[in-house]
Write a protein of this length. Structure first.
Length: 135
């Protein structure tokens, strides 16, 4: 399915910008099903290897909260830690590997704003903030 090449997407050179966010099978806290049914709908920052919320400034956390955004952590199919989403089909882990990233920033319409390494999250969030301010 083709994605967006313009609009509310991260700037040039950001992996995943405008791509479709897949709906793979996941499990967390004893519940299993499609990602949006288990993890929820709306804007989301999905990360592996830690909680992305801890990487954001207070300003970015406040912006994300105003947008109704949430945070989720993803792990492999064998993941059992409470609150971590197990990627049963490996779709999200594979997507992150393909993009060379640890973080996916999902729009509420199941497209990606972009993807980045944890070290680049502040820059991608600054881009989002700029675009929203200009709208």
């Amino acid at each position: 399915m083709p994605g967006f090449t313009a609009g509310l997407i991260a700037g040039e050179g950001v992996p995943g910008r405008g791509d479709v966010f897949p709906q793979g099978r996941v499990r967390t806290d004893g519940r299993e099903g499609r990602f949006d049914d288990i993890a929820g709908r709306g804007p989301m920052i999905l990360s592996r290897g830690g909680d992305a919320a801890t990487l954001l400034s207070a300003e970015d956390r406040a912006l994300w909260a105003r947008l109704g955004g949430r945070f989720a952590q993803i792990g492999g199919a064998a993941e059992t830690a409470r609150g971590v989403i197990a990627d049963l089909e490996g779709r999200y882990i594979q997507l992150m590997d393909e993009y060379g990233c640890d973080v996916l920033i999902k729009r509420p319409d199941y497209y990606l704003f972009g993807a980045c390494r944890t070290t680049g999250l502040a820059s991608v969030m600054a881009d989002l903030r700029r675009q929203l301010a200009a709208a």
